[in-house]
Design a protein. Structure first.
Length: 222
């Protein structure tokens, strides 16, 4: 079947080796998600558990990894662990312990990232760098977790250069934490960069970029 060219094809062609493009499909229909996967998308990101669960049945035949990139409420932890390959938005030790316990019950090790709020914006989720540092040794010991790294959401900026220091400080945070050699704490994955700022994030060492509008075009809602 012939399909029209999709932005994802060019994005994937330009992607540096070792970087994963997470196509953020919030607000996008299952049909359009399928077209992006046909065009090469391997990883899909959703920010709401409920919305993701409503689309997954129609896409079950696809070989993709699902990433939860939005806030995770306590009452949705079980469903999230069942459905998602990666959870990028861990933001407390209690929550991490709950995820670990559910994952163990399900016989899985849940890949997670700690969301670090490097901008200090109070509207963003995540732990402050100081708080994240304090909980990392305990997080590394949780048996149901496969702690892979850190995630951040930079503030919206007209000039992406203004957020470069935040991406850099996230990378330095991860490197310093890994240097501590706390058991289970090897923070290799840096999930940073969205449609407006991913080029700067890549220059600062992102290993996962989360692109919504660049892949699917402007969103009408969400
Ligand atoms: C929506 C969203 C994205 C993608 O944003 P775009 O600007 O559309 O690329 C990335 N990360 C998170 C956490 C999001 O909620």
């Amino acid at each position: 079947m012939l399909t029209s060219e999709q932005p994802i094809q060019r994005l994937l062609a330009d992607l540096p080796t070792g970087v994963t493009l997470v196509a953020v499909s919030k607000g996008v229909s299952a049909e359009r998600i399928r077209a992006a996967v046909t065009a090469g998308a391997t990883d899909l990101g959703e920010n709401r558990v409920q919305e993701a669960l409503s689309k997954m049945p129609a896409l079950q035949d696809l070989n993709v990894r699902w990433h939860l990139i939005g806030r995770l409420q306590g009452n949705k932890i079980r469903r999230a662990v069942e459905a998602f390959d990666w959870i990028h938005s861990v933001e407390s030790l209690d929550q991490a312990a709950d995820i670990s316990r559910v994952a163990e019950e399900l016989g899985k090790r849940q890949k997670v990232l700690i969301q670090v709020n490097v901008s200090g914006e109070t509207t963003k989720g995540g732990l402050s760098p100081e708080a994240a540092w304090a909980v990392l040794p305990a997080l590394g010991r949780l048996p149901g977790l496969d702690l892979r790294g850190v995630m951040t959401i930079a503030p919206q900026a007209d000039d992406p250069e203004t957020v470069r220091p935040m991406f850099r400080s996230l990378r330095e945070f991860a490197e310093k934490a890994t240097d501590q050699r706390w058991p289970g704490v090897v923070l290799k994955t840096l999930s940073m960069g969205m449609s407006g700022d991913y080029q700067v994030a890549l220059a600062e060492g992102a290993t996962m970029i989360r692109l919504g509008r660049a892949v699917f075009g402007p969103r009408t809602q969400t």
